[in-house]
Design a protein around this ligand. Structure first.
Ligand code: NAP
Ligand code: MG
Length: 401
């Protein structure tokens, strides 16, 4: 066939370990034969990050800002063990953190559903997309211990250092304890709200946002207020599309989401999103079936799989053993990016290709061919699931594509 042409490049961020192996194979087997792929390539593999003093990470994020659409492979966030394994100059920061800071984005995570892979919550028929506010609260809090007899205050100073307010947190007269002071910024909350409302409209999803403003009247109250203010800019568009937005208490949100059939966007504060995204991902089945997209408030997109570099499988691969690593979330990172690029450029052929690749991937699993992680989850009458190795799965998708 004649290859599908692209007018604008995608920003391609390569990564590490098993996902780097899958990355190359996905391109070779599922994309390059059909698409005259144009990418601006950045190698975020740990070795190259180290060689460039991590400059490549920031460069790739700036390119995403320039072109508007990026696709990222999972990358290693170095720790002490990686320092010696890769003989690193420094313990470089998480690339995802760096990219998120530069794009000021919100991460949306959505499960990829297939017939036969049943969620642990049987009522969930459609994806629950979870948005996590990735700034502030307990993640950048000041905390400490207080000894018996000490008093701890929350003190506010003006720009000149003059004290203007002082509130007693606790008088530890009856014994020692712990304290914590946390913050958030109106601007960050507002960006988060814009990203969520925009995403809900684009994806045609109703939206829930929840906090604990009955207890945290001022702090969570501010989140509630900013979301309500921001919603006034989107209300008309929501009504026109027949979508709804609900603000409620986090307790009520948990109950509603559990009872729902999915098909909604759940916007969460930082801690709620951290916990609930793992709960939702687990309930839908496998990490290999969870996709993720970072969306900036001015509409830039970076697509990736929600899982990591699958280190255990990589070490097996290095020993020459066969692996059966799930590539679905990484394939969907590519299709998400190609679809968005196609939409922005008015390139219908590219959008159609991405949709077909998604359908071929889902059909492969639904017809019983899958990687090992999905075998114990698969239940479909008359089909005995067949376990394929990492590469054979890609060929099975290609056959249907
Ligand atoms: P992980 O790579 O997500 O893997 C954890 C385990 O989950 C795997 O060992 C495997 O279980 C299962 N798994 C995850 N993805 C799978 C897939 N596609 N197919 C089949 N099984 C899958 O998390 P990790 O081991 O905690 O982290 C490894 C590295 O990834 C770390 O260096 C971390 O920094 C990095 N990381 C990167 C990102 C990112 O770039 N977004 C996110 C998270 C972690 P079994 O071993 O039981 O088969
Ligand atoms: Mg978590």
């Amino acid at each position: 066939m004649e290859k599908i042409r692209m007018t604008t490049p995608l920003v391609e961020m390569d990564g590490d370990e098993m996902t780097r192996i899958l990355w190359k194979k996905i391109k070779e087997i599922l994309i390059l034969p059909y698409v005259d792929l144009k990418t601006e390539y950045y190698d975020l593999g740990l070795k190259h990050r180290d060689e460039t003093e991590d400059a490549v990470t920031a460069e790739s994020a700036l390119a995403a800002k320039k072109y508007g659409v990026a696709v990222k492979c999972a990358t290693i966030t170095p720790n002490a063990q990686r320092m010696s394994e890769y003989n690193l100059k420094k313990m470089w920061k998480s690339p995802n953190g760096t990219i998120r800071r530069i794009l000021d984005g919100t991460v949306f995570r959505a499960p990829i559903l297939c017939k036969g892979i049943l969620p642990y919550v049987p009522g969930w028929k459609k994806p629950i997309v979870l948005a996590r506010h990735a700034y502030g609260d307990v993640y950048s809090a000041a905390d400490g211990v207080a000894a018996a007899g000490e008093k701890v205050y929350l003190v506010t100073e003006d720009a000149q250092g003059k004290e203007i307010r002082r509130a007693l947190v606790h008088d530890f007269k009856d014994g020692a304890g712990v304290v914590q002071g946390m913050h958030n910024c109106d601007g960050s909350i507002r960006s988060f709200a814009h990203s969520c409302f925009r995403f809900a409209l684009e994806e045609n999803l109703p939206m829930i946002f929840a906090t604990k403003d009955t207890i945290s009247k001022v702090y969570d109250g501010r989140f509630k207020e900013i979301f309500a203010e921001t919603y006034t800019e989107y209300e008309k568009a929501f009504e026109e599309k027949g979508l709804w937005y609900l603000y409620t208490l986090i307790d009520d949100a948990v109950a509603r989401v559990t009872r729902s059939e999915g098909g909604l966007l759940w916007a969460c504060k930082n801690y709620d999103g951290d916990v609930m995204s793992d709960m939702v991902a687990t309930a839908y089945g496998s990490l290999g079936m969870m996709s993720s997209v970072l969306v900036s408030p001015d509409g830039k997109y970076e697509y990736e799989a929600a899982h990591g570099t699958v280190t255990r499988h990589y070490y097996k691969h290095l020993k020459g053993e066969e692996t059966s690593t799930n590539s679905v979330a990484t394939i969907f990172a590519w299709t998400g990016a190609l679809k968005k690029r196609g939409e922005l450029d008015g390139n219908d052929a590219l959008v159609a290709f991405a949709r077909n690749l998604e359908r071929a991937t889902v059909a492969t699993i639904e017809e019983g061919e899958m990687t090992g992680d999905l075998i114990p989850l698969f239940r479909a009458e008359g089909i005995t699931p067949k376990k394929l190795n990492s590469e054979a799965f890609l060929h099975a998708v290609a056959a249907r594509l």
